[in-house]
Design a protein around this ligand. Structure first.
Ligand code: PLP
Length: 427
């Protein structure tokens, strides 16, 4: 075990990314309480929808119980548009394939399965750690009938939107943009959450601003916004009694939660500024180590810097194998690996997290196709690589990368100490 001599553990845990409250949240919750608008109707919801639509620059925002709910209804809308209305017991995608980001959280792509579709995972590029346009092109060669793309912006860094939109246009495909992690990030001056045909953001507890939970569906289509609002409130028809012509969901945001998000919203830019400082401080402080930070396109994008991550250089990786639940590594002088660094950070009471494990490596999706630039890739459930075999980009980032503590309440001294621990990992 590598030495942490002279480094005292934090008394209070330093988190990966925890909620940062300011006070206004409580005031808006209080208003909901005092006016007794404690359900899924009220001023907080109305105001929040107005403010978020204004911030994103889109026409309509529909407040929902979670980002996942927004993605589900976005997927359902896309399915209906492409393949028509489904029977009550069927999903709208009914066995159809959709091209999905591979290096993402599973909530991006599960809705494809909810709607009875089949996700085909598209490999990642190394410039922004998002969907690789070249692999996407390849996927359209292999599966020319596909009409839906589900695209996430990992860790708040916008992906290659121009290229992907161009490809989508060429193939007449719709885009669902999962901006759950990238609220406030910009691509060529425009907010993410505005590039897809259907768009989603999240206010989950670890996101850049939070309502403790919650999410939003964003669109420029009045019709789509109305549909999502109706579906999210149990698909009630305009009748004196409960009349249902469509399957419904209980997905609406509560007016109390909306109060929390409403109170957070004015602090979005401040949070981004703090996250950005943290990112650059890591980059500066760790520059002498054999690693790089999660990359972004400096010319075209302004990430929200939600999470700061590192990628260890290949030559500096000590041997490590990961199974489905366990791992084993060899500790070597001058080298390290994500699990060793994570263990050392845990010893000083700081939270870090492995890079999101790519979807094509997840047991649940082991039968799904996975497409790299070279063509149909082999699905795998761990990152063990045979001699000479080319690792796909996503598996490689998972193998060598780590999400560092990126909490915006972390002090400069705390971050200095975390960087000292990382240095010791390479001692
Ligand atoms: C958090 C997250 C979601 C889901 O949002 P919830 O509000 O937690 O349901 C979806 N996609 C990505 C990429 C996320 O990080």
């Amino acid at each position: 075990m590598k030495s942490l001599d002279g480094i005292k553990p934090f008394e209070k845990r330093v988190w990966l990314s925890s909620p940062t409250m300011h006070g206004e949240e409580l005031q808006f919750m209080q208003e909901a309480f005092e006016s007794n608008w404690m359900s899924t109707v009220g001023q907080n919801i109305n105001e929040l929808e107005r403010l978020v639509a204004e911030k994103i620059g889109c026409q309509y925002a529909v407040a929902l119980s979670a980002g996942t709910a927004a993605l589900h209804l976005a997927t359902k809308l896309a399915g209906e548009k492409l393949y028509g209305q489904a029977k009550p017991h069927e999903g709208t995608l009914r066995g159809k394939k959709a091209f999905c980001s591979d290096l993402t959280f599973d909530a991006s792509v599960n809705p494809v399965a909810y709607e009875d579709g089949e996700a085909v995972f598209i490999d990642t590029e190394g410039d922004t750690w998002n969907m690789d346009p070249l692999a996407l092109e390849k996927a359209f060669v292999l599966y020319p009938d596909v009409k839906l793309i589900v695209l996430a912006h990992l860790y708040g860094t916008p992906g290659k939107l121009s290229e992907i939109k161009e490809i989508a246009k060429k193939h007449d495909a719709l885009i669902i943009e999962d901006a759950a992690e990238s609220f406030g990030a910009k691509y060529k001056g425009m907010e993410t959450g505005n590039f897809g045909d259907y768009n989603a953001i999240s206010f989950n507890g670890n996101k850049i601003i939070t309502g403790s939970s919650g999410g939003m569906f964003l669109t420029n289509s009045r019709e789509d916004a109305d549909k999502v609002r109706k579906w999210s409130t149990q698909s009630r028809e305009d009748a004196p009694w409960y009349e249902h012509e469509e399957i419904g969901y209980n997905y609406r945001m509560s007016n109390v939660i909306a109060g929390v998000v409403r109170g957070q919203l004015p602090y979005l830019n401040e949070h981004i500024e703090r996250k950005k400082e943290i990112y650059h401080r890591y980059r500066e402080g760790l520059r002498d180590l054999p690693l790089s930070m999660n990359p972004y396109d400096k010319n075209n994008t302004e990430p929200n810097f939600w999470l700061s991550c590192i990628l260890i250089q290949e030559e500096a990786m000590s041997p490590i194998v990961r199974g489905e639940r366990e791992y084993l590594y060899q500790s070597q002088k001058g080298k390290s690996n994500p699990q060793e660094i994570m263990e050392m950070l845990t010893r000083v009471n700081a939270e870090s997290r492995p890079i999101w494990k790519p979807m094509h490596m997840q047991p649940i999706y082991r039968m799904n196709s996975f497409v790299t630039r070279e063509g149909n890739g082999r699905g795998r459930t761990n990152a063990y690589i045979d001699e000479g075999e080319i690792m796909d980009i996503g598996a490689d980032i998972f193998q060598r990368g780590l999400c560092l503590p990126s909490d915006n309440k972390m002090t400069e001294e705390e971050q200095e100490k975390i960087m000292e621990v990382i240095k010791r990992a390479f001692a």
